[in-house]
Write a protein that binds this ligand. Structure first.
Ligand SMILES: Nc1ncnc2c1ncn2[C@@H]1O[C@H](COP(=O)(O)OP(=O)(O)OP(=O)(O)O)[C@@H](O)[C@H]1O
Ligand SMILES: [Mg+2]
Length: 490
């Protein structure tokens, strides 16, 4: 039973009492005592079990005050009737005499208190205590109900989330899992509890190398990473958000696993598609270059020969015809030069035959002539031949970067540097222009600011296992392409 200190202030001053008494005078005495103590009292008498039932069914009462001996029934019977009624009303026994055993029994059966009639002045205190206890237990019951409802709501929300969620302690032990996590792992909640997450999730004896929760212990903040789980055949965007104790130590985490398998697959096929497209574009350019050279170029050569034949056979021509013939020779020459330039731009033949250095030198020379931009070129003496795909990719990077310098940077100069060591080759194209107008960053993440040029370079590099970096500020832009090289035996 709670101590008085815990049960708070008396909540009721206006009291509705049900008095069980076979002597109406005694009932009046009890009522007078309560009124004297400050209660505004209304009461109803019930002298038999039937009347008690009737009164309980008909009205609302704050307290029941019962004599012990009520003729042919007692306060014990009253307690039983009260319990059966389902009404939670405190009952105080107010009686002439009560043995210890009966008093204990009354309390055991649910009486709030008992007072002897020769100590009637104690009735208000007993009533007050009974009311306080009732108020206290009502508040407790409400609190319990609120807690139960909040827990139920929380569980429902937790289970409604379609992403699998695991709650873990600091030893990677699963403390809770939502329905989606159970379904993913094919285990019921009870079979998941207290298991190590890396055992059930990855089938490992320790945390997965990419586990964000493991990193979280070092960084102290939420972490995430993509994890390909081969056992389940899925890829997850795994996030771990920490719980801390009062001293700031990590005590556990919420681990959310978003299934990104389909997205990853789509990204992969998109990457393959763009690599294929770039390759097809290169092949097509090479084919057109060869066509131009071998077919249109040859036709023009034949046309030049025919014109020469006409000139030789026609003998003496009037000056106007001669001028037209000379002009035709000039047109054929110019077309031949243009066809040659076009076909070289589409695919420099020196690239296949003599390699990257020679193709870049040729391209830089013609670019500088056409654009007026001064280009310096730093190539290692011993730049080795690379695989055809690598050489063409690097050549396209140079081509695109110089075109961008010309179109976007406003720079009067450009510098190309190639550096290589045993493991990698790095190609840098730098200018001294005004830099990127939209995005000034060191990122190569795709964004709306990237055109086909930058995207294409990035795809070319990543399809060969390399990467592309861009540095840009108000003083210029540097694009750096890096490719891993197969180590050659010394
Ligand atoms: N060297 C540079 N200096 C300043 N801005 C640049 C430079 N290179 C690229 N940019 C900026 O980045 C944008 C994207 O370049 P990207 O080469 O991807 O596309 P683009 O040149 O606009 O079009 P295209 O698809 O024909 O190449 C450019 O529009 C330009 O704003
Ligand atoms: Mg471009």
């Amino acid at each position: 039973m709670p101590s008085d200190a815990r049960i708070g202030p008396s909540p009721i001053l206006s009291l509705r009492a049900l008095i069980l008494e076979d002597d109406p005078l005694d009932a009046e005495l009890v009522a007078a005592t309560l009124r004297q103590a400050g209660y505004s009292l209304t009461f109803t008498l019930a002298g038999s079990p039937g009347l008690l039932r009737e009164r309980l069914g008909a009205g609302d009462y704050d307290i029941v005050l019962a004599d012990y001996n009520l003729g042919n029934w007692t306060a014990m019977d009253a307690l039983e009737i009260l319990r059966d009624s389902g009404k939670d009303i405190p009952l105080v026994v107010v009686t002439g005499a009560l043995g210890d055993e009966e008093a204990v029994e009354c309390i055991k059966r649910g009486a709030a208190d008992y007072v002897l009639k020769d100590r009637l002045e104690r009735v208000p205190m007993a009533v007050d205590r009974a009311l306080r206890r009732k108020a206290y237990s009502d508040a407790q019951a409400r609190q319990q109900e609120e807690i139960r409802r909040a827990k139920e709501e929380w569980e429902q929300t937790f289970d409604a989330v379609s992403d699998p969620i695991l709650l873990m302690d600091e030893h990677f032990r699963i403390k809770h899992a939502n329905k989606s996590a159970s379904a993913l792992l094919g285990l019921e909640l009870k079979d998941l509890l207290d298991k190590r997450c890396y055992e059930v999730l990855h089938g490992l004896a320790g945390p997965h190398p990419a586990c964000p929760y493991r990193r979280l212990f070092t960084t102290g903040k939420a972490e995430r990473s993509d994890i390909a789980e081969t056992r389940l055949g899925r890829t997850f965007d795994a996030a771990a958000s920490p719980f801390f104790d009062a001293s700031g130590n990590v005590r556990g985490c919420v681990h959310v696993l978003r299934d990104i398998t389909e997205r990853k697959r789509a990204e992969e096929s998109l990457r393959q598609l763009s690599t294929e497209l770039l390759r097809a574009q290169d092949d097509e350019r090479r084919r057109i270059a060869r066509e131009l050279h071998d077919s249109t170029g040859q036709h023009l050569a034949a046309l030049g020969m025919n014109l020469a034949w006409v000139k030789e056979k026609a003998g003496c021509l009037d000056s106007q015809t001669n001028a037209i013939l000379e002009e035709s020779f000039e047109i054929v020459k110019r077309c031949t030069q243009e066809i040659r330039d076009f076909s070289y731009l589409l695919h420099p033949p020196t690239l296949d035959e003599y390699g990257l250095a020679s193709a870049i030198r040729w391209y830089v020379e013609s670019f500088a002539r056409r654009s007026g931009i001064r280009v310096t070129l730093e190539l290692p003496e011993d730049l080795r031949r690379l695989a055809h795909g690598e050489e063409i990719a690097l050549f396209r990077v140079v081509q695109e970067c110089l075109t961008n310098v010309h179109r976007h940077s406003g720079s009067p100069t450009a510098r190309i540097r190639i550096m290589q060591d045993r493991k990698s080759l790095s190609l840098e194209v730098a200018d001294e222009g005004h830099g990127f107008q939209t995005v000034r960053s060191e990122t190569t993440d795709a964004g709306p600011w990237m055109g086909l040029g930058l995207l294409g370079m990035r795809e070319r590099m990543s399809s060969l296992g390399g990467h592309l970096e861009i540095e840009s500020d108000g003083h210029g832009t540097t694009v750096r392409a890096q490719l891993p090289l197969e180590e050659k035996a010394a």
